[in-house]
Design a protein around this ligand. Structure first.
Ligand code: ATP
Ligand code: MG
Length: 398
């Protein structure tokens, strides 16, 4: 028997809804898959009839690793490992037994599901399922067909050029291909929320630029490394992320010297927004992203958010605004960020935190207090002092 030719068969769901954009969305996804898999060896990635195919061009291609990478690419709704068969019943039958034999041996029930996009194929889908099912039963007499709740579903697809046999489908990361939604700047701290906010927006197709405010010597190199590691986890999904590390000490020291203590947090947040916006403009981002969730802390009440947003002319996306901490933690764990976020290094926010921050700050008071500061100079120096690094998924892959 010939060696089995294996592929990964990828389904893109929401893409199907995008009308004329669909083709460019698919192209973007194909490109992403190609470069994310490149390091595993030569692959051919192509689309045909609303599916994307990944075919290794080298013998020892690691399909397990490839599937792990594919599971983190946005825009993919489901994928499965499959093998290629000739468009002849006997070949489909034999390939099904050869490709899935190991799995079939270890289960009790199965069913065959056939999809025939090549309507010229001489058998209809139910007939193919019946014939392939019968053949499998003849080779594995311990099996029983269960159409409602089978241990394993054998998938057969009859397409234009070939037939395919596949095992179970795996859920993909969903969403839209990164880059199809424009670019946004994520204000990234070392906490739990902002990496989840970053992931959530990347999932909707947004390309990310990271902005982190560091306050040395109050915050140390380990806090910065934590931010790199967090974006490293996000980059497994989003692809590479430029990260700007902004010196924030002067701003924090000036605020704590010259402004009322209870307004410290809100004024600090307004400075973060101002400087982030300067970076966002330079990087051609169309919006800012934060990990804020309504009511979580004093600076995240609606009154406080109103005061923060007064300094922004860009939209501020807050994807977690209505989420509970539990829900946020769940995503954080799923994307491999949680263990990093809970490491105990000081963040610039915690260094100067007032004991009694205002939950209902008044804009007049804030603007009055800010008159004591050289806003433009402070922002300009922070902006100019920013260091740029590139966060690449391969440097953080486990
Ligand atoms: P997180 O878990 O994301 O740190 P949080 O619940 O601790 O959020 P805050 O510390 O009030 O809340 O921060 C609110 C948002 O402000 C964060 O989600 C993040 O987007 C941004 N932010 C806070 N600190 C920093 C920082 N040092 N650098 C960049 N952005 C920050
Ligand atoms: Mg925080």
């Amino acid at each position: 028997m010939n060696q089995l030719k294996e592929i990964i068969l990828i389904k893109n769901g929401e893409l199907a809804l995008k009308g004329l954009n669909r083709s460019s969305f698919e192209d973007r996804m194909v490109k992403t898959i190609k470069w994310r898999l490149e390091k595993l060896g030569k692959v051919k990635v192509y689309k045909s009839q609303s599916a994307v195919y990944v075919e290794a061009l080298e013998d020892d291609f690691d399909y397990d690793k490839a599937c792990d990478i594919v599971s983190k690419i946005f825009g993919i709704v489901a994928f499965s490992r499959a093998c290629v068969a000739e468009k002849e019943l006997i070949d489909i039958q034999e390939k099904a037994v050869e490709f899935l034999g190991e799995k079939l041996r270890n289960v009790k029930t199965f069913k065959v599901e056939t999809k025939r996009s090549d309507k010229k194929f001489h058998l209809k889908s139910p007939e193919v399922s019946r014939e392939v099912g019968g053949y499998i039963l003849s080779k594995f007499p311990h099996l029983r067909v269960d159409v409602h709740n089978p241990d394993i579903t054998v998938g057969v697809e009859i397409r234009e050029t070939s037939a395919y046999v596949r095992g179970e489908q795996t859920h993909g990361a969903g969403g839209l291909p990164v880059g199809t939604g424009g670019k946004g700047a994520i204000l990234i701290s070392g906490g739990i929320d902002s990496p989840v906010a970053a992931w959530t927006m990347a999932r909707r197709g947004l390309e990310l630029v990271g902005v982190h405010f560091a306050s040395p010597p109050y915050t140390g190199p380990r806090a910065e490394q934590k931010v790199r590691d967090l974006l490293g986890a996000v980059s497994q999904y989003s692809g590479k992320i430029p990260l700007f590390i902004v010196p924030f000490t002067e701003i924090q020291v000036q605020i704590s010297k010259k402004c009322p203590e209870e307004l410290f947090t809100i004024i600090m947040r307004r400075f973060m927004m101002r400087v982030a916006q300067m970076i966002a403009h330079k990087e051609k981002c169309k919006g800012l992203i934060t990990g804020e969730s309504l009511g979580q802390v004093a600076s995240q009440t609606l009154d406080a958010i109103v005061c923060t947003d007064k300094v922004c002319e860009m939209p501020v996306l807050r994807p977690l605004i209505g989420s509970d901490k539990e829900e946020i933690v769940q995503i954080s764990r799923k994307i491999g960020a949680f263990e990093i976020s809970v490491l105990p290094f000081e963040d610039c926010c915690t260094v100067f935190t007032p004991k009694h921050p205002k939950t209902r700050p008044s804009l007049d008071l804030i603007e009055e207090a800010e008159k004591e500061l050289d806003i433009e100079g402070l922002c300009q120096r922070a902006f100019e002092g920013a260091r740029l690094e590139m966060i690449r998924p391969d440097d953080f892959a486990n």
